[in-house]
Design a binder for this molecule. Sequence first.
Ligand SMILES: NC(=O)c1ccc[n+]([C@@H]2O[C@H](COP(=O)([O-])OP(=O)(O)OC[C@H]3O[C@@H](n4cnc5c(N)ncnc54)[C@H](OP(=O)(O)O)[C@@H]3O)[C@@H](O)[C@H]2O)c1
Length: 299
Amino acid sequence: MSDAAPDLVVVGARGQVGRLIAASAPDALLLDRDEVDITDASAVERALSHLHPGSTVINCAAHTAVDAAETDVAAAEAINVTGPANLARATATTGARLVHVSTDYVFDGTPPSGERRPLEPSDLAPDAEPPSVYGRTKLAGERAARAADPRTTIVRTAWVYTGAAGGTDFVATMRRLEAQRDTVSVVDDQVGSPTFAADLAQALLAVATRPSTAGATLHATNAGACSWFELARAVFAGIGADPERVLPTTTADFPRPAPRPAWSVLSSRSWEDAGLTPLRAWRSALTAALAADGVPQGG
Ligand SMILES: NC(=O)c1ccc[n+]([C@@H]2O[C@H](COP(=O)([O-])OP(=O)(O)OC[C@H]3O[C@@H](n4cnc5c(N)ncnc54)[C@H](OP(=O)(O)O)[C@@H]3O)[C@@H](O)[C@H]2O)c1
């Protein structure tokens, strides 16, 4: 590792989002599990001791296997709670700033006051109880990071994909299933905001250059909302397949180990109020993602 004090450090730099930030930030110091295990406080302290006021650490490292976390609780807690707390202690000590990525799954899926409207950061009740281990540990991680360094910026996002062939995200999975099956059943009763990882990467870089967002909790997703079923149909249409081959199903008929929120659409108001440019509409972003991976559009 270089002795030069970096202005930008990306943690989790080999993950889905971290890789795309790294691609746009050639001078950043890139760290992933091989360089520093964020659950190890002394390793984090050593790796980040060069930071200075004005440096920013973007934390994309997380235990993101939502279903596996239900039984792998200790690992989820270590990576999603202890990890960000360790990073925030290092930024507090050095005067650098932590930008910590979190998730819509901190919400329990019940629309506030029964009203289906996009969720503001203030809609999360102080006694919120996320239904999954992933959501619970991510919320505890937000709080642990804030407690260790109140200047931490928290950016919640949702339903992140690259859609690249061979990937394991939802869009990539739909592309694979389209080639393998006549029909695919997808849940139509969970609604959220799909987010293209490349757009999120640019959004996080924008936050990194805005010291005025220190201490804020922001929501950053592509604009608009849909169900997983609607997203799957849009993927099929985008790759020239018949969207009618995607059939709606329900969460009750397609149970998974981790409960998912039924409604976790995030509002962009906090983002815009911070003077940041809103992310484009999810359908445009999906079109760009499919085009970026060489899928012929419209046919
Ligand atoms: N993916 C989504 O749909 C989604 C939705 C909402 C929010 N988010 C949030 O967005 C952020 C980025 O997600 P992503 O999709 O890019 O995740 P990802 O692809 O799973 O990448 C996470 C990265 O963190 C690394 N990591 C795990 N444990 C570590 C440790 N102890 N020390 C250092 N690095 C460690 C992983 O390395 P290994 O591969 O070696 O484990 C991996 O490179 C996360 O905070 C996630 O919670 C994601």
